[in-house]
Each structure stands twice: as structure tokens, then as C-alpha cells.
Ligand binder design. Structure first.
Ligand SMILES: *Cc1c(COP(=O)(O)O)cnc(C)c1O
Length: 437
């Protein structure tokens, strides 16, 4: 017993008073079976008593957005100050979730619109999101797919998964698969192995990524059997979601070490959450604990516009402030990229403070993290390479056979020498309509 061990023993004891060994506590199936799904059990296990009217509102909330908390994650709550506890806020239903704002959306990222077959979201040219599980061990209160939580708490059918795999097989431009859900690591080892085997056998699939919060909320699921399944299909990457330094417990560390030792590169995708981690000092402590455990901070997400999340949202300014406090102040590889996932399916848009202050033909003016303003002299001579998209004619050494097949998209298209486009124009403006008349 390591972290917060009194809490842990008390909770284990209250759930299953007959078992004196506490070995069951480390059994992930036991954890799932004993997940806390109602308010009165929550109160009993935490030894707290909520005001009557508040309890009623919480119960009402769980009827719209169900609750489920693993005993392990529950044991991390500081019962003496639970109202301010970051674990409590992420795990326990709050009546604030029922306050839906006018601009809240059921599917803010339009994942359903960009879905060619059920379970697949194909938004970017070379990679897809593949939802292979509808189940989670804990229902995060800030879930972006909150509309789905609990209502289809089952494994997608095998034919559905097969259809997703077929889509990937038939589209050779897809080189990167992001398995998500639900939590893919909630699937039985055999089933997960089958999916990985199928994907791994597709020649154009270069990398498989798993998005999972299991190392945070149910680290006991990271068994040596599971790790050996994952490591059969390298390169397998895993991105998890630590949001607060308190979550990096000895138990979580052990799970992370098992994964890293199996050669699985680990990343972290935090969500910026009001009252949980909207503080530069908390975020810096978190990224330091992550890199110390071989987890590379990857993204810091602005909280999405999903229904029921309004109390978690911060102004974008808070994210910029956090980035200002990280870039330059700590190791470059400890700094995540702050992104806003654009409503309507625009994808992730990076946001950060400005470092390029001004520009002349000869010089750029930059500032660093300390506020030092400096100039960088542009080169007097530069033999610019005009690219016609054909590597065979180029003096640079990468002779890509298929370079002329690659399409340029977006702003990169405007920059390309070999593309004639001089502007990008939104499709349905009145001006465009007038031209077409
Ligand atoms: C986030 C996301 C990806 C992966 O994006 P990366 O920036 O490569 O991590 C792919 N598809 C969808 C729909 C996504 O939301």
C-alpha cells in the first residue's frame, strides 16, 4: 500500500469486509465490478455526508449523465477537502452538468459527420480515429463524448469492427490508426489482440496508437499479459490522460513503467479543466512528473463545447498563460502543444503566445521567455529551391518516388511553387454564390 493508504484500506474494507487480504484490490475485474455508481455508496465509502438538497440534484444529474468510479480512483480523493479535490471533480457527478449553454453541442467535433463507416472518423489525410469500445472503467465528468456515456455501454459488434478494418484496408493513404472509445483497454485481451492483428497485417498501416485513460483510473488493468499482447504489434504508441499531479501515484507509475519497458512510446493528453488544473504551477508539476516516468506531454486540450461541460471551461487566455509559463521555463520535451479542437470538425488548432514580434527584409525581431527582445539577421544569399513536386529534378537528396502523388492542402497549398492557387475561398459565401449565378 503506497499512496493515500488509509483511504484505500478503508474503502477496500467497506466494500468487501470479508476479505482480509486486500489482494482483490489489485484485480482490475474486481475494481470494475465494484465501481461506484450511486451517490449513497459514494457517501458511505468516502465517509462524507452531503446536504440533502444537493444529494437530490446529484442524483438527478446521474440520471442524465451516469456516474461510475473505480474504487482505486475514489481512494485518491482527499475526503477532508473533497469540494476542492481534483479527483472528486473529475469523477463525481455535479448538478452544474445540467446547466446547458446555448452554444453547447451534442457532437461538437462533428465526429459523426466525418464518419464513412460506424466507428471511424476520417478527418485528416493519413490517419483515422477508430472507436473500438463503448465502455470505460470510469466516466470522466468532462468527457467530450458525454452524449454517449452509459447509453451503449457495450462492445461494438464484431461485424462493425470488421467494417472499420475493411475501410482502413481499402484506403491506402491511411498510415496511422488511433484506437479510442470508450477505452480500448477495456476490451478483453483476445479481442484486442484480434483487432491489432488485423490492423497490423495491413501493409500501409505504419503505426497504431491507443488512447486510454486506464493508466490513470484503473492502472491494475496494465497486466503483463496485456503488455505482451500490445508489444506483439509494434510500433504501438499509447496516449493517456493525466490531468493533475495527484494522479501520478506509485500504482500508476508501475503501470507506466511496464508499458515503457515493453517499448511502447507513451504520451499524455491533458484537458484544461477549471478548478482542476487551470494553474501554471499545477501544469508544470504535472509535466515534470510525467517526463520523470517516461511519458511525453503531447497535447493540452481546451475543453470542448460538449453539453454538460460548461463549468469546466476556462477562457482560452488561461491556456495561453500556461504555455507562456512552460515554453522556455522547462525542458522542451516536457511542453505539450495547446490545442483547440475546432467545433464543426475543423480538427485541432494549435494556440500559443507570439514570439515573432516584427519583420523586415533583413531581420526578424523575436522575444524569448524572459522578455529579451533580439534580432535574427536573415541570410544575405539564399539559393532558393523552386519545387515542381518532382524530386528527380531536385538537387536535394531525398528522391521520393511518389512525391508527385502527394497532394498539398490548405495554407501549404498556397505556399507550394507547383500549385497555382492564389487564394483559399470558403465555399458558400454570398460572393461565391453571385459568381455562380
Ligand atoms: C486527434 C485526432 C486525430 C489524431 O490527431 P494527431 O494530431 O495526429 O494526434 C485523428 N483523427 C481525429 C478525428 C482526431 O480527433
Amino acid at each position: 500500500m503506497t499512496y493515500n493508504s488509509t483511504n484505500l484500506q478503508k474503502i477496500a474494507h467497506n466494500i468487501d469486509a470479508d476479505d482480509s487480504t486486500h489482494e482483490f484490490w489489485k484485480d482490475w475485474r474486481w475494481q470494475i465490478k465494484h465501481s461506484i455508481r450511486d451517490i449513497s455508496t459514494l457517501e458511505r465509502l468516502l465517509g462524507i455526508s452531503l446536504p440533502e438538497s444537493y444529494r437530490e440534484k446529484m442524483e438527478e444529474t446521474t440520471r442524465t449523465f451516469p456516474m461510475s468510479i473505480t474504487p482505486y480512483y475514489l481512494s485518491l480523493i482527499d475526503t477532508g477537502d473533497y469540494e476542492n479535490d481534483p479527483i472528486f471533480k473529475q469523477a463525481v457527478a455535479s448538478p452544474k452538468e445540467l446547466a446547458v449553454e446555448g452554444y453547447d453541442l451534442a457532437d461538437p467535433l462533428s465526429e459523426d459527420l466525418d464518419s464513412p463507416v460506424p466507428g471511424i472518423t476520417h478527418r485528416y489525410p493519413d490517419r483515422v480515429l477508430f472507436l473500438v469500445s463503448n465502455t470505460c472503467s470510469m466516466y470522466c465528468r468532462h468527457c467530450t463524448r458525454k452524449r454517449r456515456v452509459g447509453d451503449v455501454d457495450s462492445i461494438p459488434s464484431e461485424p462493425e469492427i470488421r467494417a472499420g478494418i475493411e475501410y482502413i484496408r481499402e484506403n491506402p493513404e491511411i498510415r496511422d490508426i488511433l484506437l479510442s472509445g470508450g477505452d480500448p483497454l477495456m476490451l478483453p485481451d483476445d479481442y484486442l489482440k484480434w483487432i491489432l492483428e488485423e490492423l497490423h497485417s495491413i501493409p500501409h498501416v505504419e503505426v497504431i496508437r491507443i488512447g486510454s485513460r486506464i493508466p490513470v483510473v484503473l492502472p491494475y488493468r496494465i497486466t503483463s499479459d496485456l503488455v505482451s499482447v500490445l508489444s506483439k504489434f509494434h510500433p504501438v504508441w499509447l496516449n493517456t490522460q493525466f490531468n493533475h499531479p495527484k494522479e501520478v501515484t506509485e500504482t500508476s507509475k508501475k503501470a507506466l513503467h511496464m508499458l515503457a519497458d515493453a517499448g511502447i512510446p507513451l504520451g499524455n493528453q491533458s484537458v484544461l479543466l477549471a478548478g482542476v488544473n487551470d494553474c501554471p504551477r499545477i501544469m508544470k508539476e504535472l509535466v515534470h512528473r510525467l517526463v520523470a516516468n517516461r511519458v511525453r506531454p503531447y497535447y493540452l486540450y481546451q475543453c470542448d463545447l460538449s453539453e454538460g461541460l460548461s463549468h469546466f471551461r476556462t477562457p482560452v487566455a488561461k491556456g495561453v498563460e500556461i504555455m507562456e509559463n512552460l515554453i522556455g521555463h522547462t525542458s522542451g520535451f516536457a511542453v505539450p502543444r495547446y490545442v483547440i479542437d475546432a467545433p464543426g470538425g475543423g480538427g485541432k488548432i494549435p494556440v500559443m503566445p507570439n514570439y515573432l514580434l516584427s519583420w523586415s527584409v533583413h531581420k526578424v525581431v523575436l522575444r524569448n521567455y524572459e522578455g529579451v527582445i533580439c534580432t535574427y539577421q536573415e541570410p544575405e544569399h539564399y539559393d532558393r529551391i523552386t519545387c515542381d513536386g518532382n524530386c528527380q529534378d531536385c538537387r536535394l537528396q531525398l528522391k521520393m518516388d511518389n512525391a508527385d502523388e502527394s497532394k498539398v492542402v490548405g495554407i501549404a497549398k498556397l505556399l507550394a511553387d507547383f500549385d497555382e492557387a492564389t487564394s483559399l475561398v470558403p465555399q458558400d459565401t454570398e460572393r461565391v454564390d453571385r459568381r455562380n449565378e
